[in-house]
Ligand binder design. Structure first.
Ligand code: F0G
Length: 356
């Protein structure tokens, strides 16, 4: 048998060159992000009946979240422009991704995160990749305001999703869903925090539709956490709170983009409670073998809610984006699971506990 190299993935910038702003090849900074699986659920019929529910598992990107799609674009562009440093505010994943891509590009990364408000895995990533981690006594919205001020006057490139190249990169998630299915889904569910990703997916679907690659468009279904649901409430939330720290945001930067996605697609922006988020989080891990982080499960919690309300029907194809990997947040995982059983190193006792 011959050893052949076939179908090797080259990262979203090179794979989707025709659909993305041009970037010179020397500046391309990639960790081969994208090409994530669309996992078909098989054990949730008791909830979803005969509709197809698929999970776009973005936790399998290089730094464990969907942010890598946007970060490869933002950092490559910054590098092309000659920037030496990038900066972002983050609930964790953006900082992990910015730190990794900056390291790959040989650039400095500054990340501002809420003190105590981000999951352990994410913090450890930013630290390991050599970013300067600034923990601020404030929330994500405070951090973002400071980042905006810094970038007005100092030579550091903002890589939050206000940076238009971030949204451009993230739209490739929608392209992949269409390619995997051969068509666009009936509904696409996403967690909503700063609202960049729902904006990006909707752009991706619209572009493929305009090019005639797909003939239908999905309804965009965005879900915020109950304690951090400014778009649902119609006003900013000064002190957001939720177990899903990734989406603990009170004043989303891409608010308008989320509303546009909802209105143009005939979808919804709604909320789910922390209890519903944790229930979906555990369900996916224990019944589908897919371990996502709590915020990611807001998409599936939203789908469960919409199924109960009769919005989803048999025959529909429903895609939920699982935005980040469960290993990002070991504390919430441990707190949401039964404790391990402590046993002596004794065969008889172990067999007894095992029920044999
Ligand atoms: N899910 C996860 C795991 C996230 O990290 C984020 C955002 C979202 C969903 C929401 O996506 O902001 O595009 O609506 N995390 C940002 C961060 C805010 O700093 O890592 P969005």
């Amino acid at each position: 048998m011959q050893l052949t190299r076939k179908g090797l993935w080259s990262g979203i910038i090179r794979e989707y060159r025709d659909f993305l702003p041009a970037i010179s090849d020397e500046a391309v900074t990639t960790l081969l992000e994208g090409n994530t699986p669309l996992v078909e659920t098989t054990n949730l019929k008791h909830i979803f009946g005969n509709l197809r529910l698929l999970l776009k598992f973005e936790g399998l990107n290089p730094t464990g979240s969907f942010k890598d799609r946007g970060m490869t674009m933002a950092v490559s562009k910054a590098r092309e422009e000659g920037s030496r440093a990038v900066i972002c505010a983050s609930t964790g994943n953006t900082s992990a991704s910015a730190a990794a891509y900056a390291a790959k590009a040989g650039m400095k990364a500054y990340v501002l995160v809420p003190d105590g408000g981000i999951a352990l895995g994410k913090l450890s990533q930013a630290m390991m990749h050599g970013a300067m981690v600034l923990q601020i006594k404030g929330n994500f919205d405070d951090a973002l305001n400071i980042v905006k001020e810094v970038t007005k006057s100092y030579p550091v490139k903002m890589v939050n999703s206000i940076n238009p190249f971030r949204i451009e990169g993230q739209k490739t998630g929608a392209f992949e869903v269409c390619e995997h299915l051969g068509f666009a889904p009936t509904f696409h569910f996403l967690p909503v925090g700063n609202a960049g990703n729902i904006t990006a997916y909707w752009r991706g679907y619209r572009e493929y539709h305009k090019q005639g690659i797909i003939s239908n468009l999905p309804k965009m279904m965005g879900f915020q956490a109950e304690g951090a649901a400014p778009i649902v409430l119609g006003h900013p939330v000064a002190d957001p709170h939720t177990v899903a720290t990734a989406i603990k945001i009170g004043n989303p930067a891409s608010w308008e983009g989320a509303l546009k996605a909802k209105e143009e697609s005939g979808g919804v922006i709604d909320l789910v409670t922390d209890e519903e988020i944790i229930e979906a989080y555990r369900l996916l891990a224990s019944m589908e073998g897919v371990f996502c982080e709590p915020a990611s499960a807001a998409s599936v919690a939203g789908a469960i809610k919409m199924k109960k309300e009769g919005i989803l029907n048999d025959g529909d194809t429903v895609v939920c984006t699982l935005t980040g990997h469960g290993l990002k947040d070991p504390d919430t995982a441990m707190n949401s699971s039964p404790k391990p059983t402590k046993v002596p190193a004794d065969l008889k006792k172990i067999l007894k506990v095992m029920g044999f």
